[in-house]
Design a protein around this ligand. Structure first.
Ligand code: ZN
Length: 108
């Protein structure tokens, strides 16, 4: 499932809901999976026209406070990693959706 369309005033809130649902409300840091006090780390849209405009969230990933802190402390080093992590989570999600689809086909 692709991230929600941004032509919508509630776009950023939609992205948050989308990410939380996709990540099943748990930290996506490899090997973590904690669901305690989780929050969403957002990727911002690279370009946005008006400077006074609120930046659009492009995507995000769910993290626990510990991993959120690590990422925020090492922002520059982790930027590309977070991007890869989101790609991986989305890929896994698609794979799961495809698997479910095939199982449904085989059942009928
Ligand atoms: Zn974590």
């Amino acid at each position: 499932m692709p991230p929600p369309n941004k032509n919508n005033p509630a776009h950023n809130e939609d992205i948050r809901k989308y990410v939380l649902k996709r990540d099943k409300m748990s930290c996506q840091w490899p090997g973590c999976g904690s669901s305690m006090n989780i929050d969403v780390l957002f990727l911002l849209e690279a370009e946005h026209g008006e400077t006074d405009e609120k930046p659009y969230y492009n995507n995000g990933v769910t993290l626990c406070p510990k991993h959120m802190e690590i990422v925020n402390l090492h922002d520059k080093a982790f930027g590309p990693l977070i991007f890869d992590l989101i790609q991986l989570v989305e890929f896994e999600n698609d794979l799961h959706a495809t698997e479910m689809m095939y199982k449904e086909i085989l059942k009928s």
